[in-house]
Design a protein around this ligand. Structure first.
Ligand code: SAM
Length: 172
């Protein structure tokens, strides 16, 4: 009987952890939806990332994009993630690569002044805040690639359609 109580307790804890994580993502900006692999490849190509540069995925989810970039382009990949569940997944997925760092924080509280390339897949209200943050913090020469949602005021340097999705490239 005790074992059944323990199993129910574990399942209950996992369900609660999942629900709270989802809720945090939604409240702070965007829930987890992954960018398909073809789009990741195109986004990185568009960013023209170079060896040794600092790549940020703001709202990195499970860390898939960081892993792809760090493994294939010899760059420093930094992910910022607010959801405890996604943060945990990202830490586990990227544990073997010392060029990947995951920060468990609200993106509004993380400086982007060292970023060369920023990737984001965030909803319009958060993109509005990011536009101001990018203008204040990004150094000259840095690039932002946004999946699906444009910055509300800044004109993109380039847009690209990949399987019904749009990528927006911004240069600073
Ligand atoms: C649409 S998913 C994108 C995941 C990944 N970047 C990708 O493209 O596959 C957005 C992610 O941003 C995270 N997020 C939402 N608001 C955030 C905030 N204010 N600070 C940090 N992460 C945030 C969510 O938890 C979610 O994992």
């Amino acid at each position: 009987m005790l074992i059944i109580y323990i199993i129910i307790l574990i399942i209950g804890f996992c369900a609660l952890f999942y629900a709270v994580s989802q809720l945090i993502s939604i409240i702070f900006g965007a829930q987890y939806v992954k960018t398909p692999h073809e789009i990741i490849k195109k986004a990185i190509e568009l960013s023209n990332i170079k060896r040794g540069e600092n790549f940020y995925d703001i709202g990195c989810g499970s860390g898939r994009i960081l892993k792809f970039v760090a493994d294939n382009y010899d760059v420093n990949a930094i992910g910022v993630e607010i959801s405890p569940l996604q943060y945990l997944k990202a830490r586990i997925l990227t544990i073997d690569n010392k060029n990947i760092k995951i920060i468990h924080k609200n993106i509004n509280l993380v400086s982007l002044k060292n970023a060369d390339v920023v990737f984001c897949y965030l909803l319009p209200p958060l993109m509005k805040k990011m536009e101001k943050k990018f203008a204040q913090e990004l150094k000259k020469g840095s690039r932002v690639i946004s999946h699906s949602f444009p910055l509300p005021n800044k004109k993109p340097s380039k847009t690209e359609q990949v399987i019904n999705h749009t990528l927006y490239l911004y240069k600073y």
